[in-house]
Design a protein around this ligand. Structure first.
Ligand code: PLP
Length: 393
């Protein structure tokens, strides 16, 4: 029998895609499903970005590009980083990749191996743990706690670092909780890392432009002292409503950059050329589209949090970033995954059970509020009816 090598018995996936498939199947069967499951903006990509891709195709940008990405895009990425974080980055350290995920895939592949420990947020984006296990490294969860507003605690991260730790993954603003880690914690983390020079950091800042209530996003790129071991992950998927285009980028330390380039050469060769031109238009064009989308998410955030807090047995802290609410559902008596499936099957509301983001996600649901206000209101009233009438088995 032909089978993949044993490492593939350890690779995981993202249940959000399975929930999406189930929601689509229910809808095809005639059900009116409200989808607060998948984490993607419900907006169309802004027209000037779409036009730039069309123009690139018409202008003959049909061929391979350098594996690291075309220079004007890497320069636009550096200018964007400088504008938002004040950090000076050379285009020679920037890799253009097909989506934010690819940076974590590369970083974990490069640094994970049996005998190595890798820290990752729990609850957190499921691909971190999946890839850590794939490499044979030991996953060490960083608990992300509601009592900290779902920010990570620098002291807790530092307490988990040991002689075998090679990589620590942090994510702020965070999926699935919407937590934003404040400056003081980030500074404490950077200061504490001085005692652990062998540890690289992967900072997933894909939601970096999505913060609310005046909460500032603090980029790890702005700390020069860890630049030689920081892998910075960002991309266009969330900021510019471009999830299907597959456009991400990363900044790598000197010593890892060539390995990243070689992984690109050995796999995808380059991001498709028209998408790269769209990326230039996104970064160099008017940024009002970002502000408008974030303002819409902010309104929906209030709506979803107010509505969740009115549901029996549910409480939800106000998320400060990204576009997710992570309500505590313990007092409903339901286990989180059972509630998520019952809501989908019986109330036709798609959400994701917290345990799909790690063991510390039990007791919570994730709702993406990247959906219309009408959809959010409908989902909340269906959830209210459901929780008032149905009891866990
Ligand atoms: N990082 C986090 C925290 C995410 O939530 C996501 C997508 O949901 C990604 C990375 C991956 O983004 P992309 O779709 O660009 O691969």
């Amino acid at each position: 029998m032909i089978e993949p090598v044993s490492a593939f018995s350890r690779i995981g996936e993202e249940n959000a895609f399975a929930v999406l498939a189930r929601a689509v199947a229910l809808a095809q069967g005639g059900a009116d499903v409200v989808n607060l499951g998948i984490g993607q903006p419900d907006f169309a990509t802004p027209p000037h970005i779409v036009e730039a891709a069309i123009a690139a195709l018409r202008d003959g940008h049909h061929g391979y590009t350098p594996a690291t990405g075309i220079l004007p895009l890497r320069e636009a990425i550096c200018a964007d980083i400088a504008r938002r974080t004040g950090a000076e980055v050379s285009p020679d350290r920037v890799m253009v990749v097909p989506g934010g995920k690819v940076t974590m895939f590369m970083a974990i592949l490069m640094l994970g191996a049996p005998g190595v420990e890798i820290l990752y947020p729990d609850p957190g984006f499921p691909i971190y743990r999946s890839m850590i296990e794939f490499t044979g490294a030991t996953p060490v969860p960083i608990p992300i706690r509601e009592e900290n507003g779902f920010a990570f605690s620098a002291a807790e991260v530092l307490s988990l670092l040991g002689p075998r730790t090679r990589l620590a993954i942090v994510n702020s603003p965070a999926n699935p909780t919407g937590g934003v880690t404040p400056r003081a914690e980030i500074e404490a983390l950077v200061a504490g890392l001085a005692a652990h020079p062998q540890v690289a950091i992967l900072s997933d800042e894909i939601y970096g432009q999505m913060t609310y209530d005046g909460q500032a996003h603090v980029s790890l790129l702005s700390f020069q002292e860890i630049r030689d071991r920081l892998i910075f992950l960002d991309g266009a998927s969330k900021t510019y409503a471009m999830t299907g285009w597959r456009l991400g980028w990363s900044v790598w330390p000197d010593r890892l950059y060539d390995a990243a380039r070689k992984l690109a050469v050995n796999s995808f060769s380059c991001v498709n050329a028209a998408t790269q031109h769209a990326g230039i238009a996104a970064l160099e064009g008017p940024q009002d589209c970002v502000g408008e989308m974030v303002a819409a998410f902010d309104r929906r955030r209030r709506l979803v949090v107010e509505g969740l807090n009115r549901l029996p047995g549910v409480s939800c802290i106000v998320p400060k970033g990204a576009f997710y609410a992570f309500p505590n559902i313990r007092d409903t008596g339901w286990r989180a995954k059972a509630l998520a499936s019952a809501l989908l099957d019986r109330a036709h509301v798609a959400t994701i059970g917290g345990p799909d983001f790690g063991l510390h996600g039990e007791g919570y649901l994730r709702l993406s509020y990247a959906a219309s206000e009408a959809a959010i209101e409908e989902a909340l009233s269906r959830m209210a009816r459901f929780l008032e009438s149905e009891r866990p088995a």
